[in-house]
Design a protein around this ligand. Structure first.
Ligand code: PGA
Length: 263
């Protein structure tokens, strides 16, 4: 049957995505994290969680998962369906392993050579595999003359070219200002900067797609921690968060989920 895009129906719920990156180092540890979070999950009425573990753990974690409030995703896919592509995995394989989402265009993948054009092909491929793409975008830096807005505009246009307007109902865009992430971060971004960029991205997309444009869900994802999660959810113009480092620490992750309960 032909798959048709339909809205992501999480209503007012906040989507909190755990990007575990290349952690933890064993399936046993990964299972503890999922179990510990799921023990408390029923208390977080306003949150839906997406665990994005290393792919080798995905199907086992999906099997042990007991909560309807959690789903699983991959951290990347390749754009071809199958074939001689050593080391790569397809969207269909993620789907078959129990994945529902896939993170695409993460700044760490882009740093290793992934271009906007490749991310674009991966989005199309994810849609074909009926996965929900979580597409990361963000600028390297900000300058007083606002040249970064032009850079962002070009990134958005290349990344989302030829994606049908209706598909945006099942696309998630994660805004990750690269200058605010990691040990070399200049400073933390503030919610108003996220809000401003979300409005800007929507404008670029609606200029591209006209009346066909259906608003996607936006996440904020740049060094989210218990101290700033609430601010981004309240004032960042987003419906959820993409959490890196602190999603592996159960106590901190639960505090981040607390922020969603107040919304
Ligand atoms: P971080 O990661 O939360 O550890 O800064 C964010 C990301 O890279 O997605």
């Amino acid at each position: 049957m032909l798959w048709r895009p339909r809205p992501i129906s999480n209503g007012m719920k906040k989507l909190i995505v755990a990007n575990w990156k290349m952690n933890p180092s064993s399936l046993k540890e990964a299972s503890f994290i999922v179990k510990d979070i799921e023990k408390k999950i029923s208390g977080y009425k306003n949150a839906e969680i997406v665990f994005c573990p290393p792919l080798v753990y995905l199907s086992m974690l999906k099997k042990i998962s007991r909560s309807k409030k959690s789903s699983f995703g991959a951290q990347n896919i390749f754009f071809e369906k199958e074939g001689a592509f050593t080391g790569e995995i397809s969207g269909d394989m993620v789907k078959d392993s129990g994945g529902k989402y896939v993170i695409l265009g993460h700044s760490e993948s882009r740093r290793m050579g992934e271009t906007d054009e490749i991310v674009n092909k991966k989005i199309l491929s994810a849609i074909k595999s009926k996965l929900i793409p979580i597409v990361c975008v963000g600028e390297e830096g900000r300058d007083v003359t606002h040249q970064y807005l032009q850079t962002m505009k070009e990134q958005i246009e290349r990344t989302f070219t030829s994606i049908p307007g209706a598909s945006f109902q099942r696309i998630i865009i994660a805004y990750e200002p690269i200058w605010s992430i990691g040990i070399h971060a200049k400073r933390e971004a503030v919610p108003e900067e996220s809000m401003e960029m979300v409005i800007f991205i929507k404008r670029v997309l609606s200029d591209m797609l006209g009346k066909n444009f259906k608003e996607p869900l936006f996440l904020y994802g740049g060094s989210v921690h218990p101290g700033n999660a609430r601010g981004f959810l309240e004032h960042g113009g987003v419906g959820g968060l993409l959490v890196g480092h602190d999603s592996l620490n159960v106590k901190k992750f639960l505090k981040i989920l607390d922020a969603s309960n107040d919304q």
